[in-house]
Design a protein around this ligand. Structure first.
Ligand SMILES: C[S@@+](CC[C@H](N)C(=O)[O-])C[C@H]1O[C@@H](n2cnc3c(N)ncnc32)[C@H](O)[C@@H]1O
Length: 387
């Protein structure tokens, strides 16, 4: 039974709400992509190369790598990926032409998306319809006008009925509003490279909140997990009917950064409780310039997800900083990481406790595992800073 369902919410379009009680740490959605495409910079760099179907890193010399028989643009990490991939000769040809063009890498990435999207019309029409149902205005911006002649040329021999600038514009909007970046695992904190982008039928319905109650995990290059699948995990208990939201970017971004990104890329002005509070700081000129450091140390939380905190915690609350506890609890303490700490899934927690460990929170970016003791220590440090 699905743990979340899609509903209409006034002013926010479709939204995901809990269909059943969801426990902290529970994976409420796991999904493989409807469409995945490799970033052009990642595709252009000779090493490491990535599987064209799931974006897994391809080891440089492995007998299990399956090169595309008709082009040098694609290779697959396994026979399962090679057979699941939709990489027919007309796609090879388009990618080959694109790779040899002089067009900039950002535009090449968008053209890679358009090649994958137009190929879906032929390979999986029902998935193409799902893509068309995703959020995204039908405005044709100047970039769509610029890219359209290129994609027209790249797909001109394909048996497509409609390759209009309107459709190209609409598809680019779907990509802008709904794509998730698939990053290389972070070996160095703060340095993260996009290798691919993926669009998911269900995960595209999650709205944004600057104090999210869920976050995304992926397990890129983990041999035991599907490489491009997305796992949405609850940050705390969520009651049926409550909306489940993600943050569309790292939770420690300041107000100006968040506003710019949400307006420019997602076309809305955020009115979440955190934005309302932080907006007041600016208006009142209190000097809260929303630097990352300040975001880490702000008061306590009144966020609905933190009701399990001790009453003692709230006694230390500074009224100006009502969401600080959210950051103490959920911002990864690893320097420059910016990831979100989520409780580990309940079944994993039982295993951890059984083996005598008390690691209970995991970072969705660097994978850092925090014990309860470390969390209590962070809490004490935070309280010390307040007094
Ligand atoms: C990934 S989609 C989320 C699902 C979308 N609401 C739908 O109807 O399909 C992203 C879009 O949802 C809308 N959205 C997301 N979070 C929102 C929020 N907090 N307030 C208003 N609109 C929001 C914006 O239009 C944004 O571009």
């Amino acid at each position: 039974m699905a743990m979340v369902k899609v509903v209409e919410v006034g002013g926010r379009g479709r939204a995901m709400v809990a269909a059943v009680p969801i426990a902290a740490g529970q994976v409420l959605l796991a999904e493989s992509p409807l469409l995945l495409y490799i970033d052009a910079s990642a595709a252009a760099s000779p090493s490491p190369a990535f599987c064209d179907h799931c974006s897994r890193t391809l080891p440089s010399l492995s007998p299990s790598i399956i090169p595309c028989p008709s082009c040098s643009q694609a290779a697959f990490c396994s026979s399962a990926c090679a057979s699941a991939a939709s990489h027919p000769p007309h796609v090879c040809q388009a990618l080959r032409k694109l790779q040899s063009s002089a067009i900039d890498l950002h535009s090449q990435t968008q053209l890679r998306f358009l090649i994958a999207a137009y190929n879906l019309v032929l390979a999986a029409p029902s998935l193409f319809q799902q893509l068309l149902q995703m959020e995204g205005s039908s405005v044709i911006d100047s970039h769509a006008v610029f890219l359209h002649p290129f994609i027209q040329e790249l797909v001109k021999s394909w048996p497509l009925q409609n390759v209009s600038v309107q459709l190209t514009g609409a598809l680019l909007q779907k990509d802008n509003r709904n794509a998730f970046a698939i990053m290389a695992p972070s070996s160095e904190p703060g340095v993260r490279r996009v290798r691919a982008y993926a669009l998911y039928s269900q995960a595209s319905f999650f709205n944004h909140d600057c104090l999210p109650n869920a976050c995304r995990f992926d397990y890129v290059d983990d041999p035991d997990k599907p490489n491009s699948s997305i796992f949405i995990r609850a940050l705390h208990d969520i009651s049926p009917g409550n909306e489940v939201c993600l943050s569309y970017f790292p939770i420690n971004w300041n107000l100006a950064e968040r506003r710019n990104r949400l307006l420019q890329d997602y076309g809305f002005e955020c009115t979440c409780e955190r934005c309302v509070v932080e907006d007041q700081w600016d208006d009142e000129g209190e000097g809260h310039c929303n630097t990352e450091e300040e975001d880490l140390h702000l008061g306590h939380s009144e966020h609905k997800g933190d009701e399990e905190m001790d009453d003692d915690d709230s006694e230390n609350a500074a009224d100006d900083f009502p969401h600080a506890m959210f950051f103490v609890k959920h911002l990864c303490p690893v320097e420059d990481c910016g990831g979100t700490m989520a409780p580990i899934p309940p079944e994993q927690l039982v295993e951890e406790l059984g083996s005598g460990c008390s690691r209970s929170m995991e970072c969705n970016m660097c994978g850092y595992l925090r014990t309860n003791e470390e969390f209590l220590q962070d809490l004490e440090e935070h309280k010390g800073m307040e007094t």
